[in-house]
Design a protein around this ligand. Structure first.
Ligand code: 13P
Length: 255
């Protein structure tokens, strides 16, 4: 069966970077340069800057999505420091990252916690961007597929396959994040194909539709090669999303 190529999604995860001033200037510069971009774009700033980024996004001639970097498993209440999916929605988000490897590492988020966050996101009407990826040690031990598929399996078990109609998957090999050492197109494509095959095994239709995006040292000069792979439907961009020129360069490479 031939499947029409899915729309490319390029999301900029600012991680813990920025200021009100930077959020404003960067979003404005992206909005100003976006007219010939065909890919879907999403900006994922730190929580305190969501409203500021959202304010500029509204004026952009090309629709730009907004996302949170994390959410609580709880809908509200006595959970100091946490932010709920409903709050993100209220601030204008359509998306939220769940299970980023930095959350898994820094906050000891397990596959079960990540699955609960995925469910909490969808309950709040947000599209989860589920992050999966192996460490260098796991890759060198030949465990890449096993690790990535078990991270995915935990969410399929908790949410069911139909939940992936309203979700994005991001494959981010931990060893490629912020290191300048991107996965080769062949390495990335192979894991993306495994992820898609696992979804297809439960639903051929959803497997054909779900967007699986790649993250890890994507830059304007390597974006085209990576994003043109058959099962790679976009990028989750860290460092290169902090400058309008490089973020737009990646988005344009995808177009
Ligand atoms: P870099 O693009 O800086 O490698 O970060 C990737 C990432 O973790 C995006 O979520």
């Amino acid at each position: 069966m031939t499947v029409e190529k899915r729309r490319i999604l390029v999301a900029g995860n600012w991680k813990m970077n920025g200021s009100v001033e930077m959020a404003s200037a960067l979003t404005q510069a992206i909005g100003d340069g976006v007219s010939d971009v065909q890919a879907d774009l999403v900006l994922i700033p730190p929580f305190p800057y969501l409203l500021e980024v959202g304010r500029h996004i509204k004026r952009s001639p090309h629709p730009i999505g907004l996302g949170g970097q994390d959410l609580s498993i709880h809908p509200g209440g006595a959970h100091t420091g946490d932010v709920s999916g409903g709050m993100l929605k209220d601030c204008g988000c359509q998306y939220v990252l769940v299970g980023h490897s930095e959350r898994r590492q820094d906050h000891l988020e397990t596959n079960q916690v990540v699955a609960e966050k995925f469910l909490a996101a969808q309950r709040a009407g947000l599209i989860p961007i589920l992050c999966l990826g192996e460490t260098l040690q796991e890759r060198e031990a030949g465990q890449t597929d096993q690790v990535v598929i078990s991270q995915l399996e935990a969410v399929i078990d908790a949410a069911g396959i139909a939940a992936f109609e309203q979700a994005v998957i991001a494959y981010e090999p931990v060893w490629a994040i912020g290191t300048g050492q991107t996965a080769s197109p062949e390495q990335a494509q192979a894991v993306h194909a495994s992820i898609r095959a696992r979804i297809r095994a439960s639903s051929d239709t959803i497997g054909g539709q779900v967007r699986v995006i790649y993250g890890g040292s994507v830059k304007p000069d390597n974006a085209r090669e990576i994003l043109s792979c058959e099962d790679i439907d976009g990028g989750l961009i860290g460092g290169a999303s902090l400058e309008a020129e490089s973020f737009l360069g990646i988005a344009k490479a995808a177009s």
